[in-house]
Design a protein around this ligand. Structure first.
Ligand code: ADP
Length: 220
């Protein structure tokens, strides 16, 4: 879908996911219309969000009334109610909203949302579960798989890399990973170069194939 610069967004469902997302967007200067069928939730976020409305997102008349078709961006943040989530997404597709994001609770749910016409499907519980599995089982301090098989990992600088330049360590050749950023104690992360020398206590961000990134962190 084309990049739409308009900073107005319709968020359907103000549960944990939808409300966190909405508040973050408001902090980033976005105008958020938060919609939920629960009066209690709408009441709870009526001060924090730009606009709120109590309405059923599967009701096409209700969507027409709030001008849903005028939004460039919309998020369907309904999780557990599959039927509601699918119907709400389908309504937004019918209205021609050009940038629709939808939250899925499983891969199958996600596949249906894509088939219905969502432009982006996110699987927060599923993705976070996988991510925490890598953090628990490995030695990384933080980790994100950017796409299937390719990851960024944050780890302490391993002892064997200390005191010489990254070029001299031949770390890319040995482990297949690239050190992309370095953080010294009490400093910010900065980019790494071939001349960067790591010291005890440094944190590094490395990029590479997931299995190489994990193997590298294990060597620590
Ligand atoms: P989370 O796990 O993020 O809390 P939930 O699935 O529990 O997500 O919450 C989804 C929200 O979506 C709930 O607040 C629920 O009231 C709302 N919701 C469900 N169906 C509809 C609908 N048809 N129209 C508007 N809001 C809905």
């Amino acid at each position: 879908s084309k990049k739409v610069s308009d900073k107005r967004i319709l968020v359907i469902g103000l549960g944990r996911f939808g409300s966190s997302m909405s508040l973050e967007l408001v902090n980033h200067g976005w105008e958020v219309l938060g919609m939920d069928s629960s009066p209690r939730l709408v009441q709870m976020f009526s001060d924090a969000l730009t606009h709120t409305v109590i309405a059923d997102a599967t009701d096409d008349e209700a969507l027409r009334q709030i001008g849903a078709a005028q939004f460039s961006h919309a998020v369907v943040a309904i999780g557990t109610h599959l039927e509601e989530s699918i119907l709400a997404t389908s309504q937004l597709v019918d209205l021609g909203v050009p940038d629709i994001w939808a939250k899925a609770v499983s891969r199958r749910h996600g596949r249906i949302l894509e088939q219905v016409g969502a432009h982006h499907v996110v699987l927060p519980e599923h993705d976070m579960g996988e991510r925490v599995a890598h953090l628990v089982s490995g030695r990384m301090l933080d980790y994100v798989e950017l796409e299937e098989g390719f990851s960024l990992g944050k780890t302490k600088a391993p002892r064997e890399l200390l005191g010489k330049s990254l070029r001299e360590t031949r770390v890319r050749h040995k482990y297949g990973i690239t050190v992309v950023s370095v953080k010294r104690l009490n400093e910010q992360f900065t980019y790494a170069t071939e001349e960067t020398v790591l010291h005890k206590g440094d944190l590094i961000v490395v990029a590479g194939r997931t299995e190489d990134v994990e193997r590298f962190a294990e060597s620590n």
